[in-house]
Design a protein around this ligand. Structure first.
Ligand code: CTP
Length: 405
């Protein structure tokens, strides 16, 4: 069942419903009155192929106000406005969506959408925290363009991302093939300070690492997620899961310390973080002023960071699986695969996920494509799709490698 509330992002939910229907699901749409001001009833009926009503007084003979909730395997509320989140927290049931949400015992996934100020308001944050405590799964919101030209966290996650999380909620209960495993996943981009206000960073959003962590948790693993800089809203997708413990890290050195400590008791370590190869040798304790006498040029001396992955490989215990990522821009005269093979050999990983990156490829997107190489450089998987699909393929390969040992 998809609940739609009164936000402009309702138009994107038409696509979400379409994706669900195409995927073979029987979808009932329950809009609020306000939602219908954005997208009309005929659209919802046409796209879901079911009658659509908003009031508890329609179709009374079939006790629609509870039957929809009782029969649903999954409830998605998208977009979820600040008002709806508040109503859900309070348990208000003054329309069909409200009664349905109270009547259901199915997993509930909400995709908030609102202006940044409303999202950050303590009332909304408190409501979100309460809903998460009750087991509601929150997808997003993303950081990006909002209506009226504003920009910031509050934009509804893309339909594909909502679908992934939602389907994982139902599927996750069936597939528990990582039960009993402890895993460490690093995610996001490290930041190497130059002075108190500046840093050297990279474009990693953390989405792939967070998807790997969430997939592991939903498949039964206990997860330590070591998060460097991750885009706002992305971390919440995994951190709300009861089996995920988040440890924050800023620099490569901090990430290394946190990952190595957690790795001591882990069965699998996945280094999905984009780790800076170099740090600034002398971090200025004060904000560096613009230098006037240097002819328009300055020099920052950089010093190499430890290779965390190499350290993990050399400290690997019997039975432990070490997984790396390799983001590559194909160079002249060498294919992506050749570069990947060389890196797999150099790093000594049990599994290396190689993906192509470029100015417009691989970053800040919800899609990814990877080739999976085992310790000998043999291709053991190739996958393309949402970052969740890639994450699941990675865990499938990890399980295959572990069972072959
Ligand atoms: N990595 C790491 N420690 C570093 C640098 C990278 O653990 N100091 C990890 C990354 O998390 C990733 C893998 O190593 O899993 C490959 O990262 P990448 O930047 O592609 O490799 P590099 O070793 O930096 O190789 P190169 O820059 O030559 O491509």
């Amino acid at each position: 069942m998809v609940g739609v509330t009164g936000g402009i992002a309702a138009y994107k939910v038409v696509h979400l419903v379409r994706l669900l229907v195409k995927d073979g699901h029987d979808v009932h749409v329950v809009p609020t009155e306000d939602a219908l001001r954005f997208v009309g009833l005929p659209t919802w009926e046409a796209i879901s192929r079911h009658p659509v009503t908003t009031s508890v007084h329609d179709d009374v003979a079939r006790v629609r106000h509870v039957s929809l909730g009782q029969s649903a395997d999954l409830v998605i509320v998208a977009p979820a406005t600040a008002n709806t989140l508040a109503k859900m927290t309070a348990g208000l049931a003054d329309d069909l969506l409200g009664t349905t949400l109270l009547a259901t015992t199915a997993p509930v996934v909400v995709a908030p959408a609102m202006h940044t100020e409303m999202w950050r308001h303590l009332a909304t944050q408190h409501n979100i925290a309460t809903l998460q405590e009750r087991g509601v799964v929150v997808v997003g919101p993303d950081d990006g363009e909002l209506t009226g030209g504003d920009s910031g966290p509050g934009r509804m996650s893309e339909p594909e991302a909502i679908l992934d999380v939602a389907l994982a909620e139902v599927g996750g209960e069936l597939r528990r093939d990582l039960d009993g495993l402890t895993v460490v996943v690093s995610a996001g981009g490290t930041r190497e300070p130059i002075d108190p206000v500046r840093f050297i960073g990279n474009r990693s959003s953390g989405r792939q690492g967070v998807a790997v962590a969430l997939a592991a948790a939903q498949r039964g693993a206990d997860v330590v997620l070591v998060a460097a800089h991750v885009e706002e809203g992305v971390l919440a997708e995994a951190s709300s899961h009861a089996s995920v413990r988040v440890v924050r890290a800023g620099t490569a050195a901090e990430l290394g310390t946190a990952v190595s400590a957690a790795a001591e008791t882990a069965d699998v370590v996945v280094m999905a973080a984009a780790v800076a190869d170099y740090r600034v040798d002398e971090v200025s304790p004060l904000k560096r002023a613009k230098e006037t006498a240097t002819g328009g040029r300055i020099t920052l001396e950089l010093i190499e960071n430890d290779d965390i992955l190499a350290g993990l490989v050399s400290a690997r215990r019997p039975g432990q699986t070490i997984v790396g990522f390799a983001a590559e821009t194909p160079g002249e005269g060498e294919t992506l695969l050749e570069r990947g093979r060389r890196k797999a050999a150099r790093k000594g990983t049990d599994l290396l996920a190689v993906n192509e990156v470029g100015w417009a490829k691989g970053f800040e997107s919800t899609e990814n494509a990877v080739v999976l190489l085992d310790g000998s450089g043999t291709v053991v998987g190739e996958t393309q799709g949402s970052k969740r699909v890639v994450a699941d393929a990675l865990w499938d390969a990890v399980l295959a490698i572990r069972s072959a040992e």
